[in-house]
Design a binder for this molecule. Structure first.
Ligand SMILES: Cc1cc2nc3c(=O)[nH]c(=O)nc-3n(C[C@H](O)[C@H](O)[C@H](O)COP(=O)(O)OP(=O)(O)OC[C@H]3O[C@@H](n4cnc5c(N)ncnc54)[C@H](O)[C@@H]3O)c2cc1C
Length: 487
């Protein structure tokens, strides 16, 4: 190593970047810096604050293993509570002094001599490190739809990830475009407040029924005293059994596990939507879990309220005063909320990343974004990704995924430091072999079964981990070092 103390730069202070910073410092590394383009930590949970935002993973499972939280208010936590949790973890671990805020990284360049990365921020700050942890978030750059007339809308409009809380909602007529988890959570919350909502859905969603409940003060008192009581929920065999079944079902589309998921969703639709016309409107034409499955205790109840109108025929044009649908119906609106997702292929980018031998990230990811086991890219030594492209996706805790990825990354880091090497990166051959296996398997998953979704890359291939949860846990336990080049 060129430095007695290896230096680490972490890109992003969301859930993954915070995890990396804490893990590194706990392991005794002192030269750790985080660069965050915003003025607060939190990533997703900072940027998204729309009404109804909730984490659809049980709260005690969407929690760092090293930072249990006895105070979760209920089985599922609302978005602001998740953000507050991350803020508390950052304070408890005294991370603020090592986070550079308002520091957008625009360039990372590998230099063979002495063997380190140089980074540059938009305002011209330069820093160096031996290791870069890329934790910039897959769902970070909001996507605005290309709908005729949208720019001419005379009312208020914003993306769900840029919610303007200065705009009063009561008494307004709100158009919600988009029907992913965000669209469903938002219309449910607005409808329950009695607000008039028109929900424009391009395709209906399968809804997995779940039960939400609050923890009592007595239960929280037990959680404060007993880690075992918290772990009983975090590692609940029923919850873990569901994850196992879900991931096994996803990769074996004709399995009993997938039939079970489909059965639950179908039963939910059949039993809980009373009006046969609405029921048919809300019936998807693709298989359950092809798109990210929506978990909701109350969406169907909200959809049947008279103040929530569901439009499935498509949008023809946005008018200055509202939206005309493809059946000719005109809906007068005061506000349009765009729940139209994110550019999921923009992970790390637009940062310009230049690796060894003239490699650039733009060129490496021209076809599709990927990495060996979603972590390392050939010719980008010591550049490791957390929750990046081809990481597992699904209805389980991405904190758990990041923690497992970290245990893999820290073994790569140790190999460099202990071996007195400059760097480590997956070989081109290893990535090619891995990707060929991954792509073949991904096409056969439920995600590739014939719907459109943000899980698909530009070639229609799911950009996901295509094997089950146990295979992921096993893969992350120990790197196959023969797949790596040490320089
Ligand atoms: C609306 C919504 C709901 C979700 N619900 C769930 C859920 O229920 N369960 C679940 O497991 N997951 C959920 N997710 C996924 C969620 O994104 C992850 O769980 C997790 O928060 C990702 O953390 P991250 O740190 O990897 O990325 P992010 O949270 O996106 O954080 C990335 C950080 O990097 C910063 N950054 C980006 N580019 C730069 C740059 N160039 N320079 C400096 N800083 C940069 C960003 O500002 C951000 O702070 C949801 C996502 C969204 C959008």
């Amino acid at each position: 190593m060129s430095q007695p103390q290896p230096r680490f730069i972490i890109l992003g202070a969301g859930m993954s970047g915070i995890l990396a910073a804490i893990k590194l410092r706990t392991a005794g590394h002192t030269a750790v810096s985080v660069y965050e383009k915003a003025d607060r930590i939190g990533g997703t949970w900072r940027d998204n604050s729309y009404p109804g935002l909730s984490c659809d993973v049980p709260a005690h499972a969407y929690t760092y293993e090293f930072a249990p939280n006895p105070e979760w208010s209920g089985y599922y936590a609302p978005g602001p509570e998740v953000q507050a949790y991350f803020e508390k973890v950052v304070a408890d671990h005294d991370l603020m002094p090592i986070i550079n805020f308002n520091a957008e990284i625009i360039r990372c360049t590998w230099r063979d001599t002495p063997g380190n990365w140089q980074i540059e921020t938009r305002d011209g700050r330069i820093a160096e490190a031996e290791f870069i942890i890329a934790a910039t978030g897959v769902l970070h750059h909001p996507k605005t739809p290309d709908i005729a007339g949208l720019d001419d809308f005379a009312g208020v409009k914003f993306h769900s990830a840029r919610w303007d809380h200065s705009v009063p909602l009561e008494g307004k007529k709100i158009g919600v475009i988009g029907n992913g988890s965000t669209g469903v959570q938002l219309v449910t919350a607005l409808a329950k407040r009695g607000i008039e909502v028109v929900h424009f859905q391009r395709s209906p969603q399968w809804i997995m029924p779940v039960v939400q409940f609050a923890y009592t003060e007595a239960e929280k008192a037990v959680f404060r005293q007993s880690r075992e009581a918290i772990d009983a929920i975090r590692y609940d065999p029923v919850y873990f059994g569901n994850i196992q079944r879900f991931t096994k079902g996803v990769v074996d589309t004709e399995s009993p596990m997938m039939k079970e998921i489909e059965g639950y969703c179908l039963m939910n639709l059949e039993q809980n939507v009373r009006d046969p016309v609405l029921r048919e409107k809300l019936r998807p034409t693709y298989r359950a879990a092809c798109k990210r499955l929506i978990y909701s205790p109350d969406y169907y109840e909200a959809a049947q309220r008279p103040n929530l109108l569901t439009i499935t025929c498509g949008i023809d044009t946005v008018l200055p005063g509202g939206i005309r649908d493809k059946d000719g119906g005109v809906h007068d609106l005061d506000l349009i909320a765009l729940c139209t997702g994110f550019h999921s292929d923009r992970f790390v980018r637009p940062i310009s990343v230049e690796g060894r031998r003239g490699a650039t990230l733009e060129a490496a990811w021209k076809e599709r974004c990927n990495g060996y086991y979603a972590i390392s890219i050939p010719d980008f030594p010591n550049f490791f990704m957390l929750n990046g492209p081809t990481s597992p996706v699904g209805n389980f805790s991405l904190i758990d995924i990041a923690e497992r990825q970290w245990s893999y990354i820290e073994q790569l880091v140790a190999r460099v430091i202990d071996g007195n090497a400059r760097g480590i990166a997956a070989t081109t051959a290893a990535l090619a072999d891995y990707e060929s296996r991954r792509i073949t398997a991904a096409k056969a998953t439920i995600f590739g079964s014939g719907c459109t979704s943000w899980y698909l890359d530009a070639h229609g291939v799911p950009i996901t981990w295509p094997w089950d949860y146990d295979t992921f846990a096993e893969a992350m336990a120990t790197p196959e070092f023969e797949a790596f080049e040490v320089i």
